[in-house]
Write a protein that binds this ligand. Structure first.
Ligand SMILES: Cc1ncc(COP(=O)(O)O)c(C=O)c1O
Length: 407
């Protein structure tokens, strides 16, 4: 907080940021991103020296973030051609890149093998046939398995249960391994799993590690990401230390001692370092009290997709004013575009600046053009200085892609 009761992010006043760059605006505390990246990589290395932390870049796929992850010594996982191209544009060394995807294209595989990335995570036998056809020399792969562990998360975030669309069921593993042995251009170096996202307990991670401890001995085990973070006052996720203690203890029990251990956190690195700034456009007291801002599900799909709840506050009146319980809503044409139901905001009025906290993961990722919304800019703040790392989309950017109006 500044002396005049205005919120600061990375030493920058959110009021100044909003008037300089406009709203909606994604703002990140750069030191917070770096500290979380280091906490995970130092913490894992201290517990399991032969290890690597991969930043799950889908959580915040901005070129500046790929660069930051590389600067902090992290590897990066990408889940598509665009993310791979972003990572290469950020000069992440190719041997620190891992490619995911349950429906990979020839173009993705081709770029991955031509740039000699560290490994492709194979999801299915079609991946294998594509690599065999497109690679000129043996390509390292990890084989993604379904561990049969479904954590208590929203259905769209659950990826480790028996009916998951990602990976190979454990009872088909031997057949796939036999197929790989017959391929000239595929080298199996290990096993991958990922049980889901925003997981708020350690026990499912432990069960997943135990499940792959029974599938044979490999040089590499990637146990995915998924550690949850605190979005609302009532959530209580495990700390990074508790998470690492639990997964490394399980790995020490069931995995070969010399194996390399990989984790793929996304949300737990970026979520809490980011906020979204909005201006209040409308305050309406009808059946309920509605505070409507200049953004919504076009810049934060996560709420409609997963029911994620966020906290928000009026930045220019953090302590003052009388709290009123309102629905904080967006401006997109859906009743489901409700940023947060029943939240106490201090005497909201038109023109106020609203800060929605913990929007650093998957908000920028899923930004879209609903109702012609322009995707917001992304700003990094550090030591009181701000810089735009992704420019705000312009109407010209959108119109450029459209068939010109009939002459
Ligand atoms: C394969 C894989 N790894 C890692 C992650 C990162 O998960 P999170 O951002 O919850 O850490 C995801 C996200 O769903 C994923 O699909």
């Amino acid at each position: 907080m500044s002396e005049d009761d205005v919120l600061l992010i990375g030493g920058c006043s959110v009021e100044d940021l909003a008037s300089t760059y406009g709203t909606p605006l994604y703002v990140y505390d750069e030191a917070g991103l770096r500290a979380q990246a280091r906490a995970l990589s130092d913490g894992l290395r201290a517990r399991w020296p032969n290890s690597e932390v991969l930043f799950a870049s889908k959580s915040f796929p901005a070129v500046a973030m790929y660069r930051l992850a590389a600067e902090e010594g992290l590897s990066v996982d990408v889940a598509g051609l665009g993310e791979l191209q972003f990572a290469l544009a950020a000069r992440v060394p190719a041997d620190r890149l891992y490619l995911h995807g349950n429906a990979k294209s020839d173009d993705e595989i081709r770029l991955a093998v031509e740039t000699h990335i560290a490994a492709i995570i194979v999801d299915n036998t079609d991946d294998l046939h594509r690599i065999e056809r497109l690679a000129a020399e043996p390509q390292n792969v990890l084989l993604r398995v379904i561990p049969g562990v479904a954590p208590d998360v929203h259905a769209s975030q659950s990826t480790g249960g028996q009916d998951s669309k990602f990976g190979v069921p454990l009872d088909q593993l031997d057949d796939v391994v036999r197929l790989i042995a017959r391929l000239e251009h595929v080298t199996l170096i290990g096993i991958h799993l990922h049980i889901g996202s925003q997981v708020l307990e350690t026990e499912p991670f432990v069960r997943a590690v135990e499940a792959i401890g029974r599938v044979g001995e490999y040089p590499v085990y990637n146990i995915g990401g998924g550690l949850g973070v605190q979005y609302t006052f009532d959530e209580d996720p495990p700390s990074v230390e508790a998470y690492l203690d639990a997964v490394v203890a399980a790995a020490a029990r069931v995995l070969p001692a010399g194996a390399k251990l990989l984790i793929e956190p996304g949300r737990s690195i970026v979520a809490r370092a980011g906020v979204t700034l909005y201006r209040v456009n409308t305050v309406k007291r009808s059946g309920k009290s509605f505070v409507a801002v200049d953004g919504g599900m076009a810049d934060n799909m996560d709420i409609a997709l997963t029911g994620q709840r966020y906290e928000a506050l009026i930045a220019n009146r953090v302590d003052g004013g009388l709290p009123e319980t309102v629905d904080l809503v967006g401006r997109q044409c859906e009743s489901g575009d409700r940023l947060r139901a029943d939240i106490a905001l201090n005497q909201p009025v038109v023109g106020d600046l609203v800060v929605m906290t913990t929007t650093g993961a998957y908000a920028y990722t899923m930004a879209n053009n609903y109702n012609g919304a322009l995707r917001p800019a992304v700003v990094f703040c550090a030591d009181g200085k701000s810089r735009v790392v992704v420019a705000r989309e312009s109407i010209d950017d959108l119109l450029r892609l459209q068939e010109p109006a009939a002459l």
